[in-house]
Design a protein around this ligand. Structure first.
Ligand SMILES: Cc1cc2nc3c(=O)[nH]c(=O)nc-3n(C[C@H](O)[C@H](O)[C@H](O)COP(=O)(O)OP(=O)(O)OC[C@H]3O[C@@H](n4cnc5c(N)ncnc54)[C@H](O)[C@@H]3O)c2cc1C
Length: 688
């Protein structure tokens, strides 16, 4: 608990605490004990400029003050320092902690914290030591002896215990390390990390990671960097038509990377058409060569696969290109492609096996259909293509295939882009339809038959509509994109009793621990997570830091930005309009919106009102908090990535209004949104 008073503007208090979301606080001074802390912190009004909470350091006000390069008033404020010290204890110790004997304080600081620094707030050597830990991304706790009443007595007690008079005085795992010179020496020899993770078991490894995709690779490399002995097992079971790939998982081989590159191929085609309006002489109907594109993309992926192998070798991580199955909670059996078996043991395991595309249970689906696992390396041009499903993967594939000049149909059972903002999803559908993509709504396939051999050959697809009608058509290629299932059926989870959710995914707590205490899971395989590469990477890294780097930070699944790379790109962050209304009630939600016409569309005569921007705001305490960001237009990923930080920092609509735009850009539309949906005013594009 932190008490703040003496702030002129009460709004400042709430602003301040919006930055420190993980601090429990109250502005009602009488609501908690003030025994061990001074109930007053003098904060200047510039508190909006405070540096952010440092996730590596166990949270306390001291860190904010220490690293503040903005608020020099604070740094020199004695009262603040008192609070600093109190808050430090309170992060890990009970409130009466400061009243203990100096000896007891020393003992508890050392025994209850993996890495502890007895420090002084002004000491440059202490800064240096902390900077070393920070640079290694090792979490630490610290006590500033000059900022507490009994600091001198504690230093005496510390001298009696360690034989060291000066600060910094560093302890790791209860062992006395020494001062600044010693820490620097250990750091330069690379031994600091060894002290952090002494071997306490007799298993082959500290950490075996099953799945060398986004989450698994990130976590394994971070754990190895922090001194753990690590192995990674990665194995790709071929698709029904025999497609397989290298190390790196879905994103690199059959996901984000080839998808974005094919999307880029389609954009180039569109740009070629536009270029004529800008004076270029390009053929009326530029031709695209599928095989050239696939070869270029696959070469790039090959280089990424190789890079991952090299990175594992450089980090001394054992890589097994083998399929892993649990035998018990500390043992796995691996089988490589030649059928060679191995048994490995480990103290901890990470399951990061991701998912694989689902096939419908209809005749011919697996025999003649393909999925996103096949499309990016398809050795022949797909021809007239049916995409089954309305997932983002389906619409993205439809977008680039249409952009490359193919006849494309999307078969949709119910709604487009389930889980995304409804208005935006429907707008994407409309624009794609205007571009020439065909949609078969409320229809599901019932069979696929081959009617002509060849590559691609010809397939007959029979489907039924919701109203009971039948649709039959012929296609060269059928791509199923109806969802993905976690790839765990052969993982032997039943042998160790890992709990699964209704979704079939692994249940983990907020520390990514499964129901088996030494078995963790991240990425697409966890229940309630987000199926996105950066999420898997971040969760994997943070987990490794918590396991081997004394880290405390948990994965934050809130306000994660994302982009759908459809022909018209859609970027979003935060809540959809529907989710916001459901959560906060319609009366508390406003939606600011506008169409816009990107400058590059004007000369090219592209439609004026395809692009659209909207902010969903929550009206609360006289402020309008932006809780949903939605953008339909060019470079949606770049635009959304930038603005998403604003949502992370709880920006208000007036923050967006106060932001000066960059002209002429698409993103600047968010600095000038004035029309609410409630007003019913026209938002058609007004030009530049
Ligand atoms: C078409 C498509 C486009 C996508 N586009 C984007 C995008 O634009 N942006 C984005 O953020 N995300 C995108 N994603 C999602 C992203 O690819 C995933 O969220 C991410 O790859 C998940 O990482 P992961 O570590 O959980 O698993 P994966 O990357 O899937 O890795 C799992 C690995 O484990 C291996 N494995 C499985 N079982 C075993 C076993 N028993 N033993 C050994 N190895 C095993 C698998 O073969 C695989 O190599 C896309 C996905 C697809 C399919």
């Amino acid at each position: 608990m932190v008490i703040i008073s003496s702030i002129k503007n009460p709004k400042t208090i709430s602003l301040l605490f919006r930055y420190f979301r993980n601090v429990r606080y109250s502005t009602n001074v009488s609501s908690f004990s003030t025994k061990s802390i001074t109930p007053s912190v003098l904060l200047p009004n510039c508190c909006r400029n405070f540096p952010r909470y440092d996730p590596l350091v166990n949270y306390s006000l001291k860190n904010i003050v220490r690293s503040s390069s903005y608020c020099c008033n604070l740094r020199n404020c004695a009262k603040t320092h008192e609070i600093q010290a109190s808050r430090t204890y309170k992060s890990t110790m009970p409130p009466t902690f400061l009243q203990k004997s100096p000896q007891e304080i020393v003992e508890r600081c050392i025994s209850e914290n993996k890495v502890f620094i007895f420090s002084k707030s002004f000491c440059p050597f202490c800064f240096k030591v902390k900077a070393i830990f920070r640079s290694e991304r090792i979490g630490f706790d610290a006590l500033e002896l000059d900022l507490i009443e009994n600091g001198a007595e504690i230093q005496e007690a510390l001298f009696a215990k360690s034989g060291q008079k000066t600060v910094p005085n560093v302890y790791i795992n209860g062992e006395h390390v020494g001062g600044s010179d010693k820490v620097q020496e250990l750091h330069s020899k690379g031994e600091l990390i060894t002290l952090l993770n002494p071997k306490t078991h007799s298993y082959d490894y500290d950490y075996i990671v099953i799945g060398g995709g986004s989450g698994g690779l990130a976590s394994s490399k971070e754990a190895a960097r922090l001194g753990a002995k690590v192995a990674v097992c990665d194995f790709v079971k071929p698709t029904p038509i025999g497609t397989t790939w290298g190390l790196g998982g879905t994103c690199v081989n059959v996901g984000c990377i080839p998808k974005k590159l094919m999307h880029q191929a389609a954009i180039l085609g569109h740009d070629l058409k536009d270029s004529r309006e800008f004076g270029w002489s390009t053929p009326e109907k530029p031709e695209h060569n599928w095989n050239t594109m696939v070869e270029g993309i696959q070469n790039h992926i090959g280089s990424l696969n190789w890079g991952y192998r090299v990175a594992l070798r450089d980090k001394k991580i054992d890589y097994l290109n083998a399929f892993a199955t649990f035998v018990d909670e500390h043992t796995i059996k691996t089988v490589d492609k030649k059928g060679k078996e191995k048994t490995l043991t480990s103290n901890n395991f990470l399951i990061a096996v991701g998912g694989r595309p689902r096939y419908p249970d209809i005749p011919g689906a697996k025999e003649f259909g393909i999925t996103s696992d096949d499309i990016f390396s398809l050795p022949y041009s797909p021809g007239k293509t049916l995409l089954v499903g309305a997932s983002y993967i389906s619409l993205e594939c439809a977008g680039f295939l249409h952009g490359l000049g193919y006849d494309v149909t999307v078969m949709v059972r119910s709604i487009l882009l389930r889980g995304f903002d409804r208005q935006m999803s429907e707008k994407i559908g409309e624009i794609m339809e205007q571009m020439g993509v065909k949609f078969l709504r409320e229809t599901i396939p019932t069979s696929v038959e081959r009617i002509e051999e060849g590559q691609p050959g010809k397939l007959k697809v029979t489907a039924k509509t919701r109203s009971g009608g039948q649709v039959v058509d012929e296609y060269n290629t059928v791509v199923f994109a109806i969802g993905r299932d976690p790839f765990i059926s052969e993982l032997g989870l039943e042998n160790i009793g890992v709990q699964l959710a209704k979704s079939g995914k692994i249940v983990v707590d907020k520390r990514e621990v499964s129901s088996v205490s030494n078995v963790y899971a991240v990425g697409d395989v966890i229940d309630g997570g987000l199926e996105l590469t950066p999420v898997a990477i971040q969760a994997g890294k943070l987990l490794a830091r918590r396991l081997y780097g004394n880290g405390k930070e948990l994965m934050d699944y809130v306000n994660v930005p994302t982009t759908v790379f459809t022909a018209i790109e859609y970027g979003c962050c935060g809540l959809s309009e529907e989710a916001a209304v459901e959560k906060f009630g319609e009366a508390n939600i406003d939606v600011y919106h506008s169409n816009f016409w990107p400058l590059e569309f004007t000369v090219a005569h592209r439609p004026e009102n395809d692009c659209y921007a909207k902010l969903v705001v929550l009206r609360k305490e006289g402020e309008e908090f932006v809780i949903g960001f939605h953008y339909l237009g060019p470079n949606a990923g770049e635009v959304t990535q930038g603005f998403s930080i604003a949502l992370k920092l709880n920006a208000t609509k007036s923050d967006f209004d106060n932001l000066v735009g960059i002209h002429p850009t698409c993103a600047e539309v968010f600095t000038t949104l004035t029309i609410t949906k409630r007003s019913g005013k026209d938002v058609a594009s007004q030009g530049c």
